[in-house]
Design a protein around this ligand. Structure first.
Ligand code: SAM
Length: 284
């Protein structure tokens, strides 16, 4: 196995800094640097980009991102024990790695980043979906980032790329695919991590589109999909009853059968319904 840099192997780093994995921090570390370089390559050409990494831990993916030529990496890590290990990487790549110790849900990264910006992370499972939803729902589009390359539990990854008609299809798929291209680029077995989690993992690549795929008001679309998928087994004329008194007519006008269930309806139809609903409310 060829070395991607001149730094010590990750097992040695973890032992020296006593970085035993803590479950409450969602710590499942990737120790194979060829694998982390592969994930970094999935993020695209990094040479002209700043990269935001959440939860670098002992720095396996960080090293992959830097070895693959990222212009600058901003790494936000909650666990103080990992900071000295990350500092060693910063010393090996002068001026290219900034480390912030803190909670990624609280820290505003933008002051430390220069566009173009990509985001890459092996996310802690407990905040992964919350961070993704935040990145997908800014007030303005396009967002501050060009692409997201994110490791999730495979079940979550499948919900992001799901198509209508499948069990995994829901709000996350609609949110992601409305304004991004989304695909699974890598699937990993539990043994790829230390400690091994119970389930498989997958890397999802999301690329921000310059504009949403179909026009719609973000808040109306969000309201509709929440109501529709909260009662996903019900027909839409029932699950959306509280949204508008004339919902059956709005469904028909949007090309959706009132008896259809949310999981059968594609993104284009949900956007058409969001436009019809917004127009009906304006008239009322
Ligand atoms: N990137 C490393 C790797 O691939 O080996 C570690 C990934 S591990 C799944 C998740 C990392 O996120 C851990 O290092 C953990 O300490 C960190 N973390 C957990 N909660 C965090 C939070 N709220 N903000 C920032 N980092 C967090």
């Amino acid at each position: 196995m060829s070395a991607i840099d001149s730094l010590p192997p990750l097992r040695e780093v973890i032992a020296r800094h006593d970085l035993r994995a803590r479950k409450q921090l969602g710590q499942n570390f990737l120790l194979d640097l060829n694998l982390t370089a592969r994930i970094a390559r999935a993020a695209g050409d990094l040479t002209g980009s700043d990269v935001l990494e959440i939860g670098p831990g002992p720095g396996g993916l960080t090293r992959g991102l830097l070895a693959e030529g990222a212009r600058h990496v901003l790494a936000i890590e909650k666990d103080a024990r990992a900071i000295p290990a990350l500092q060693e990487i910063a010393d090996a790549y002068p001026g290219r790695l900034t480390i912030i110790q803190g909670d990624a849900l609280q820290v505003d990264p933008l002051a430390h980043l220069t566009p173009p910006i990509r985001i890459a992370a092996n996310l802690p499972y407990n905040i992964g979906t919350e961070l993704l939803v935040r990145w997908l729902t800014p007030a303005d589009w396009p967002p501050f980032w060009q692409s997201l390359t994110l490791m999730f539990q495979k079940e979550v990854a499948q919900r992001i790329v799901a198509r209508p008609g499948s069990k995994a299809y829901g709000r996350l798929a609609l949110l992601a695919q409305w304004r991004c291209d989304a695909q699974i680029v890598l699937t990993l077995p539990p043994q790829a991590f230390v400690p091994a989690p119970k389930v498989e993992s997958a890397v999802v690549q999301l690329t921000a589109l310059p504009a949403p795929r179909y026009p719609a008001d973000a808040r109306v679309l969000s309201e509709l999909t929440a109501a529709a998928f909260n009662q996903r087994r019900k027909m839409l004329r029932a699950s959306l009853r509280s949204v508008h008194p004339e919902i059956e007519a709005l469904l028909v006008a949007s090309g959706i059968a009132p008896t259809a269930r949310a999981e059968e309806v594609g993104l284009d139809r949900f956007c058409a319904l969001a436009r019809a609903l917004a127009a009906a409310r304006q008239v009322a």
